[in-house]
Ligand binder design. Structure first.
Ligand SMILES: Cc1ncc(C[n+]2csc(CCOP(=O)(O)OP(=O)(O)O)c2C)c(N)n1
Ligand code: SF4
Length: 292
């Protein structure tokens, strides 16, 4: 991969970090005339190790919970200065900061109608502080705060439907994307940037450390999440489902067996059945199945 002027090499992400690749794809698609506001989390830590920065655009670190609020202020200032039309504003953070502690700030940003793209890098746990469960951790995942053992099969709750929560705000664009499908990801960022108003994109980003897979498996693991129906890729424009990635669904075991966080499930057909049901429901809900 060539070096990128907008997200430079030399940062300190783990080898094979999906979030690092996703962040680079996002900023390259958005372009140089962009201001980024970043919640606390892995991306902030590994890309801005003082006195260095990977960013080739203006970049602001917010608190763990408030990139959406800080970005709202940046957007208001740009409007005041008459520079908003020439500048994109991106607020971004991990799934913990977005879907749990920062959900209120995100909701306010969506409700007020700011012209901002919010990007959630969904690695399905609080990775920067040691793989704790977040609201977006999938059912039955083994994390340090939802340990699998004699008493449980891991996380007891379903994944929080943050894209649907955003949709309920009546915003013009909501999409999911995956680091496993980089062209689709870039296209969605470009489309979102071209639309005025609040936009939300949630990107599934593999984490070799927290998901417990080899660092060279970042792409195939992310792809399998989509190909099993566990991470549906869709886009809504003005509340209408306008795009979805259709698949020839693979059994969920093919995805589960690639990662240590699901290892405890492999000899447990009852739990696998529950996870297959989650995938089947997604396939039905978004009409994902390719006709033969
Ligand atoms: C108010 C507050 N609580 C807790 C923390 C500690 N903290 C820093 S990063 C982080 C985890 C971030 O998780 P997530 O948003 O999912 O991003 P990831 O690191 O997984 O990319 C936590 C809990 C903090 N910085 N501020
Ligand atoms: S812990 Fe996961 S998200 Fe954080 S830098 Fe490492 S691979 Fe990336």
């Amino acid at each position: 991969m060539e070096n990128s002027p907008l997200f430079k090499s030399g940062h300190t992400a783990c080898a094979g970090c999906g979030q690092a690749i996703a962040a680079r794809l996002v900023i390259e698609a958005a372009g140089a005339n962009t201001i980024v506001v970043n919640n606390t989390g892995c991306l902030e830590v590994f890309s801005t190790k003082y006195p260095d920065t990977a960013w080739g655009v203006p970049w602001i670190h917010s608190l763990f919970e408030n990139s959406a609020a800080v970005a709202s202020g940046v957007e208001a200032a740009l409007i005041y200065l008459g520079k908003k039309d020439a500048t994109n504003v991106i607020a971004q953070g991990g799934d913990g900061s977005t879907g749990d502690i920062g959900l209120q700030a995100l909701s306010g940003m969506l409700e007020r109608g700011h012209d901002i793209l919010y990007v959630c890098y969904d690695n399905e746990a609080y990775m920067n502080t040691g793989v704790q469960r977040s609201g977006l951790t999938p059912f039955d995942t083994n994390t340090t705060t939802s340990p699998a053992g004699a008493q449980s099969s891991g996380n007891i709750r379903p994944k929080k439907p943050v894209p649907e929560i955003c949709l309920a705000h009546g915003i013009p664009y909501v999409a999911t994307a995956s680091v496993g499908f980089p062209q689709d990801l870039s296209r969605k960022v470009k489309k979102a940037i071209s639309i005025k108003g609040p936009k939300y994109i949630q990107i599934h980003a593999s984490c070799p450390l927290g998901w417990r897979h080899e660092s060279n498996q970042m792409l195939p693991v992310a792809k399998l999440a989509v190909e099993t129906g566990l991470y549906p890729l869709f886009e809504y424009e003005n509340g209408v489902l306008t795009g979805r990635k259709q698949i020839s669904p693979k059994p969920v075991e093919e995805y589960l067996k690639t990662q240590g966080r699901f290892k405890h499930l492999l000899n447990n057909p009852e739990e696998i059945k529950k996870i297959q049901e989650i995938a089947d429901n997604n396939i039905k809900k978004y009409n994902l199945k390719l006709e033969a």
